[in-house]
Design a protein around this ligand. Structure first.
Ligand code: ZN
Length: 234
């Protein structure tokens, strides 16, 4: 086999491994992001439930003030009852007192609903917090593993990048450039194996003359369709 072709195959092998490692890095980073997003979402749920309780507290205070005002009014009317002179005025006061009492009952019911909702929200917060802590612990373990993998893959990329630099420098500049160009245009694979007389890159059948040239093993032969550099398994 052509000596440059052997170097190109080795270079392609290194680059494929770098591509694999980079793909793994991307995948692992995605997993780590996913874990973090899940935690953030849980935290947002907790914050939202806490906010509900805060606004409920404000509402409850308002309702308590309303009740106090009504109580005062009822007390005042009760005192006025002793002083009225006419039957009509007496009746009017009684109606006012009754209305006040009914209104108070209505507000007290509303207060009760708010308190029940608060209770539910407090329970939710407790459960969410428990979930969060569990997830956080679980994720801390997973994250450590992911980060370890990330470190390994990054080391692989660094080490192989050095190796590729050396390998590339061993090739004549025009061939190195050609290789880099095909790799850039063809999504990584610049040097491919011929399988059953078909190009290993684009999978088209190769013309007989190209197969013949390949067998001679003198020049660098490219696929007539995708322009990738071809080699045959010995
Ligand atoms: Zn091809």
């Amino acid at each position: 086999m052509n000596e440059q072709l052997i170097k190109l195959i080795e270079l392609q092998d290194i680059d494929s491994k770098i591509d694999d490692a980079n793909n793994n890095i991307e995948k692992i980073s995605g997993e780590i992001n996913l874990l973090q997003e899940t935690l953030v979402k849980k935290k947002e749920q907790i914050e939202s439930a806490k906010k509900d309780i805060t606004s409920s507290d404000i509402l409850k205070k308002e309702k308590e003030v309303e009740i106090a005002l009504i109580d005062e009014k009822i007390k005042k009317h009760n005192m006025e009852l002793n002083a009225v002179k006419t039957n009509d005025a007496y009746k009017a006061l009684l109606t006012e007192i009754e209305t006040g009492k009914n209104e108070k009952l209505k507000i007290e019911d509303e207060l009760l609903v708010l308190m029940e909702t608060d209770e539910k929200n407090s329970k939710d917060i407790k459960n969410l917090q428990k979930d969060y802590e569990k997830l956080e612990k679980e994720f801390a373990g997973k994250k450590a593993l992911f980060e370890n993998d990330l470190k390994k893959e990054t080391a692989v990329v660094l080490q192989l990048s050095e190796k590729r630099k050396t390998k590339l420098a061993e090739l004549p500049k025009n061939i190195a450039d050609r290789y880099e160009n095909i790799r850039k245009n063809k999504n990584g694979a610049a040097v491919v194996m011929v399988e059953d007389n078909a190009c290993g890159g684009c999978h088209r059948n190769l013309p007989i003359h190209i197969i013949d040239e390949l067998k001679k093993g003198k020049d660098l032969i490219t696929c007539n369709n995708c322009m990738r550099i071809l080699y045959q398994k010995k």
